[in-house]
Design a protein around this ligand. Sequence first.
Ligand SMILES: [Zn+2]
Ligand SMILES: [Zn+2]
Length: 386
Amino acid sequence: MELPKEHFQHALLLNLQALLNENPLQHNSLQNFPENKRYRQQLYKLKHYTSWNASKKWIHNFKQKHHIVSRKINKFITQKTLTDINKLEIEANNFVEKVKQEISLIGAENVLNSDQSGFNLEMHTGHTLSFKGQQQIETLTQSTNSMTHSYTIQPIVSACGSLLSPLLIILQEKDGKFGPRVEANLFKPDNVIVLPSNSGKMSTNLVKTWFTNVFLPNCNDNSVLLLDSWSGQNSKTFETIDKLSKNIKILTIPAGTTGMIQPLDVFGFRIWKNFIKHFSDLIVLYNYDINLHLRNNVIKLQSLIYYQLSSPRFINLFKYSWYKSGYLQEKPLHFDNPVDYCFKNCEAICELLCNNIIVIKCAWCAKSLCIQDFFIEYHFCKEYVA
Ligand SMILES: [Zn+2]
Ligand SMILES: [Zn+2]
């Protein structure tokens, strides 16, 4: 029997709507609709009943007509976790309540969150303008290899919005150590501690080193530390470490809730990555002779960014991440977005009287600076101009 193709198109659309109504989270299975497997099978079956074959062009038009777009899927959620969502929300709420009590007991400045985040050696915004119809959008990068090789940073942020110094950076090094020559030439800024690892990622041993050498000496006597439930660390990891008679309470953020209630995830690392992407774009745009994937330049850049983000100008921004996660009742007052303040707000030429093109406005001294004065000379001004 031959079916008219309008019937088939209608059926396809109803099918899609039903599927979306039934479970909006299934967008991912529809990402390539109707090219995805399920629909291909359906198309194949229907081919038996109709002599009509859906061409690529037809599918394209069909998608356009019914406003079906491919969307980037940020999170994959299985059926099982869907039923657990309520449970997770309850766990998250309980955790938040517990932390709120700690904040009222010991003060927001003593409640801290720390987490690790992987960075590529080279990162770009990936945003570029292109003419309609242009098939492939190519963006310049210094090395395609460095877009995949990574290092890790681990910052510490307090519930009152300040970043604790120093920042830990884990670099990927052969055999997990620095050679003697590398060690001797390593750039060692005050606000950064650099450790080597085989993978460029954290390990349980490195977590212990971080706790002993970075966290402990810099936290107050009574502190609460929020950590996620990553397998390389749990409350037992720190049990055997001498706390220097400090009273440190470690609270583990329930698994699966970090996207909701881990301040650095909620609003922190994204800001950081955006900042580095905008800066790296400028290096490529102006073709500066700065090799961004060199070890010392990675350290220098992270150190400078850490310094910029630590500016009092952004205290409300980091406070906001705690507010958004539910720990703070009061919404912080307006704050500048670092990318807007530092990159979109500059004077035309460098204010250090050198007449060079500026690349950045310092979030501390508020001066617009050229690449020479900001990056090459390592701008660590230590003055704040509101
Ligand atoms: Zn400055
Ligand atoms: Zn200059």
